[in-house]
Design a protein around this ligand. Structure first.
Ligand SMILES: NC(=O)c1ccc[n+]([C@@H]2O[C@H](COP(=O)([O-])OP(=O)(O)OC[C@H]3O[C@@H](n4cnc5c(N)ncnc54)[C@H](OP(=O)(O)O)[C@@H]3O)[C@@H](O)[C@H]2O)c1
Length: 279
């Protein structure tokens, strides 16, 4: 084991490709004197962190048991522990629910739900032995008021919020805090990957007339007002690093309005969403 890292919290983050929220979180944790296990599917997407000793780079695909186990072995072997797990990796899935291929819906849930649980089940025994740890699940404000054209993604985020609530109650017995982070619109690569997968969708049948507005949903979180990822990451890491972190932390453009939307009568919420999403 390395000698000089005993006092620094060890933080493992999934989905740290340059330009995304995970990468910004990795840098924000490092700025708070953490040792950051920055992971992504390909090391080449994190080359800018390569020479910085605050980062331990690992290739990790959240869809693979083998990949998760190998990373955990490497991290526990090197540092002896994991203090914070951030389940950040996720994929957008744009399209009308009645026509999106089930395989795409499955992939969205596999990545966000099975992927997060795969990491959680791997780290909890280590955290429970030490009677301390933090698990951070990155949800989304879209689940506060589900709108059209991204139903699979939104449902996966709602499911993640529910899992977080259960885990918070179950894991408190082992000294493990569970934090649901709920971003608003934050600058990242999400629109690029969303449009790449959208371009592989079959041609819509019933929804052909809505093609332009459906496609536009891929860019919804990436407008000029979207919060810079560094700003979002700094506020988020400040909240997570508190001795008693909040159970729920929401920040970023539209987060306030979406949290209000949650409490509106459904007919008012639907009116607003129909206008905003041209539905
Ligand atoms: N940006 C927003 O406005 C916003 C709003 C609400 C919630 N969020 C959530 O924030 C999180 C980060 O998204 P982002 O906006 O930063 O998007 P992003 O730039 O597209 O980042 C997503 C990250 O997840 C990784 N990923 C996808 N599938 C993976 C897998 N099987 N295993 C490991 N990593 C995988 C991607 O890796 P590759 O680079 O290899 O594809 C990428 O690093 C997601 O959970 C997203 O739903 C974002």
């Amino acid at each position: 084991m390395d000698d000089n890292i005993h006092d620094r919290p060890v933080v493992l983050i999934t989905g740290c490709s340059t330009g995304g929220i995970g990468h910004a979180l990795a840098r924000a944790f490092a700025a708070r004197s953490c040792t950051v296990v920055a992971t992504s599917r390909s090391r080449s997407s994190m080359v800018d962190l390569e020479q910085d000793p605050r980062f331990f780079l690992q290739e990790l695909d959240v869809l693979s048991d083998e990949s998760v186990q190998r990373t955990l072995q490497n991290v526990v072997g090197k540092y002896g522990r994991i203090d914070v797990l951030v389940n950040n990796a996720g994929v957008q899935c744009v399209g009308p629910l009645a026509e999106v291929p089930l395989s795409d819906i499955q992939h969205t849930f596999d990545t966000k739900i099975a992927g997060s649980l795969r990491l959680i089940q791997a780290v909890v025994p280590h955290m429970a032995t030490r009677k301390q740890g933090k698990i951070v699940n990155i949800g989304s404000v879209t689940a506060m008021a589900p709108g059209p054209w991204s139903g699979a993604y939104t449902a996966s985020k709602s499911a993640l919020h529910a899992l977080s609530d259960t885990l918070r109650l179950e894991l408190r017995h082992f000294g493990i805090d569970v934090v649901t982070v709920v971003p608003g619109a934050v600058k990242s690569n999400i629109a690029n990957s969303a449009i790449a997968s959208y371009n592989r969708m079959p041609e819509w049948k019933l929804f052909k007339p809505f093609e332009a507005v459906i496609r536009d949903r891929a860019y919804f979180s990436q407008k000029s007002k979207s919060t810079p990822s560094d700003e979002f990451a700094k506020h988020t890491v400040d909240a997570i690093m508190k001795k008693n972190p909040p159970a729920w932390f929401s920040s970023g453009e539209y987060s306030f309005i979406m949290n209000i939307m949650y409490y509106l009568p459904l007919f008012i919420r639907d009116l607003i969403l129909r206008k905003a999403m041209k539905c």
